[in-house]
Design a protein around this ligand. Structure first.
Ligand SMILES: [Zn+2]
Ligand SMILES: [Zn+2]
Length: 230
């Protein structure tokens, strides 16, 4: 049956409260959303969401984009029953333009909304440790090594940082006998040692009691990685 929109007079088969989809969306906003705050770590690019620091992407803009998508999904709340909805958005450093399409009884409602975006650039707890020169293991690179090995180790640690936040080098010490790398995570340090062993290096590990925390003994590990002349 043909019907008329009570506001614009458009002829349509589908009305919502006597209004066409377009007029209804202008008359009534059926959702709520607050401004968006994002906390991102300047150093590793992890983003704080739902109480956790999460890795999304090595590229900061892609990381913010991915986090925004989740944040918007969480925050769009409907105050009327709806069938389904989709959304898209664009953003710059201060604003988000949200385009929301809502479907009720096969009628499409389209909303555009500008939201304030606040991006807080800070350091995550792991990167604060890194800046505080925290370490659990020292990798002693010795013998006939190629200096590119440091770059190789840095790259491998960066990959591990996705799941091990302390997989970083907090200090590099150049010594006449070789290079000492201070590694935030003992596990990451050991993984690196295993990789270098496969490349022909000889590995030895020792530990030293460093202190006690919550009744547990804390050790610091020294892993000597010696490259022999071939
Ligand atoms: Zn209308
Ligand atoms: Zn970080």
């Amino acid at each position: 049956m043909r019907k008329f929109c009570a506001l614009c007079g458009k002829i349509t088969e589908k009305l919502l409260n006597n209004l066409c989809g377009e007029c209804f969306s202008k008359e009534k906003e059926i959702f709520k959303i607050s401004d968006i705050n994002i906390k991102i770590c300047k150093d590793c690019g992890k983003i704080f969401r739902r109480g956790k620091w999460i890795f999304y992407d090595f590229d900061f803009e892609s990381a913010i984009n991915a986090a925004l998508h989740e944040e918007l999904s969480d925050k769009i709340k409907f105050i009327e029953p709806i069938d389904t909805y989709t959304f898209s958005y664009t953003f710059d450093s201060n604003f988000i333009k949200l385009i929301l399409k809502v479907y009720i009884n096969d009628i499409e409602l389209r909303y555009e909304k500008d939201l304030n975006l606040k991006i807080n650039i800070t350091y995550c707890p792991d990167c604060i440790k890194k800046r505080g020169k925290y370490y659990e293991a020292i990798l002693q690179i010795r013998g006939a090594f190629d200096r590119n090995i440091v770059k190789f180790i840095e790259e491998k640690l960066n990959e591990m940082r996705i799941y091990d936040g302390k997989a970083f080098i907090s200090q590099i010490k150049e010594l006449k006998e070789g290079i000492d790398l201070y590694i935030g995570s003992r596990n990451a340090g050991r993984k690196i040692a295993r990789m270098l062993k496969k490349m022909g290096a000889k590995i030895s590990e020792s530990k030293k009691l460093y202190g006690r925390r919550d009744g547990k003994e804390i050790y610091r590990y020294t892993i000597c990685i010696r490259f022999v002349e071939r």
